[in-house]
Design a binder for this molecule. Structure first.
Ligand code: URA
Length: 438
């Protein structure tokens, strides 16, 4: 059936629901290049401003899935995956997947690139020389079978609708729509064949979701959409008011992940990784005992079985596995610009979204669809909310290849820190656990 795209845009703009055939027509025409980017962008903005009903979101998810193949694994595989709604310095998937694989889980992970101010798992992995995220479905299945996990992107075979629309959202200011976030995440996670899913739903200044009420609303949409497609979904709501870990930037985060898998104590990465990993082992029935789950996870790091899984994964996806022993293989920035505190006191708040956008100026993220990334650039920011800083103290660094631009970014990052002269308490990282209970 043929529709007039302008009428459909106006229908959504005036708050009405679009039917299955209307949405399918619009998205199929876009994917077949019969409908221009500007009309798709316009519909996305209308959806962003008006929202969608749950049935409409489930329909959109189905259309995304049907735009490509849906992978199925044997039921004895107990496939489990994790997804994050996006943050700054969020590298958790890169350490979590090898840990779960070392605990006998199977993780078929379809992930995303940087979106808006947030970083993306695929971009981080592609900073490893040679690493490929565009494997065929067959190669993907083989790695899940043999290594326990694989991380790839949407492709012409797998959810092409999300691949195109996700990239367009990133450059059209339409990233924070609950409806679009739900369809984007759930289509990837259903099409990849995960029977169980744990979602890290981030809330705070560095997340798309800024308050707990909206986080609860999104959790409900994600769980109901999972249910409709027979997927068991648990949600962990976590705090994204500070960048996660100490580094943000693609290659810098890979180095940090390897250090963590070698046993370095990075408290926020450790707590979030272990909380998510334990939920994943319980949800996929690998164990029914929380203490046993925690022991398995700790052992995978202590015995370096998780690091071994990571090494095999890097090699199998075309990357140089020696990166695990020699991080200088990763792209290195030419300049390190210090960030010096001009105040004394306690860190009261960090405008983490502002930091994410500042990093785009030095190429750690994209400004346009065809922007080229600078994998080496990024920042080191060890101070968290509640930490004390002295005037003149170096509170971080910017890594960049263009000195003047790096200095501007250092200023923007410094301006993102609010320092109080009254002592500030650290914030809780894990805000709420919504466990699958059917
Ligand atoms: N992660 C996704 O995969 N999609 C979104 O829209 C947001 C976060």
């Amino acid at each position: 059936m043929n529709f007039n795209p302008v009428e459909l845009i106006i229908k959504k703009k005036t708050g009405k629901s679009l039917s299955f055939s209307e949405l399918k027509y619009f998205i199929e025409s876009y994917l077949n290049n019969k409908l221009p980017e500007y009309q798709m962008a316009s519909l996305l903005m209308a959806i962003n401003l008006q929202g969608m009903e749950i049935k409409e979101i489930q329909t959109l998810t189905e259309i995304y899935i049907e735009s490509g193949k849906r992978i199925k694994f044997p039921s004895n595989y107990r496939t489990i995956d994790k997804h994050s709604t996006g943050g700054v310095g969020d590298k958790i998937s890169i350490v979590l997947a090898p840990i779960i694989a070392a605990c006998e889980g199977k993780i078929p992970m379809i992930s995303g690139r940087g979106l808006g101010h947030t970083g993306g798992t695929l971009d981080k992995l592609e900073s490893i020389p040679g690493f490929r995220t565009n494997l065929s479905e067959e190669q993907f299945r083989k790695l899940v079978d043999e290594i326990g996990f694989s991380i790839i992107g949407q492709s012409d075979e797998l959810i092409p609708a999300d691949r195109r629309i996700y990239a367009l959202r990133g450059v059209t200011g339409t990233v924070d729509s609950l409806s679009l976030i739900t369809a984007s995440i759930m289509s990837k996670k259903i099409a990849e064949g995960a029977q169980n899913l744990v979602i890290d739903l981030k809330v705070g200044l560095g997340a798309f979701i800024k308050n707990i009420e909206t986080a609860n609303e999104l959790a409900d949409l994600l769980i109901k959409t999972g249910e409709k497609f027979g997927q068991r979904v648990s949600v962990i709501i976590s705090n994204m008011n500070s960048p996660l870990g100490e580094y943000a930037g693609n290659a810098l985060e890979i180095r940090e992940c390897i250090e963590y898998l070698k046993g370095k104590n990075i408290p926020d990465i450790d707590l979030l990784t272990k909380t998510l990993a334990s939920e994943m082992l319980l949800l996929s029935d690998i164990t029914s005992n929380k203490i046993e789950a925690e022991t398995m996870i700790n052992n995978s790091i202590k015995n370096r079985t998780a690091l071994d899984s990571f090494r095999k994964f890097v090699k199998a996806q075309g990357g140089n596995p020696e990166v695990c022993d020699d991080p200088s293989i990763l792209p290195q920035a030419e300049y390190e610009i210090p960030i010096i505190s001009d105040n004394e006191g306690w860190v009261e708040s960090i405008d983490t979204q502002n930091i994410g956008y500042a990093l785009i100026d030095i190429g750690a993220g994209r400004k346009a669809l065809d922007s080229k990334l600078n994998y080496a650039s990024g920042t080191y920011l060890p101070k968290k909310i509640g930490n004390h800083v002295r005037k003149g103290e170096q509170i971080g660094k910017v890594f960049c290849d263009e000195e003047e631009c790096g200095k501007e970014v250092a200023k923007k990052i410094l301006g993102s820190y609010k320092i109080s002269n009254i002592e500030v308490k650290p914030q809780k990282l894990i805000i709420k656990v919504i466990r699958y209970n059917n």
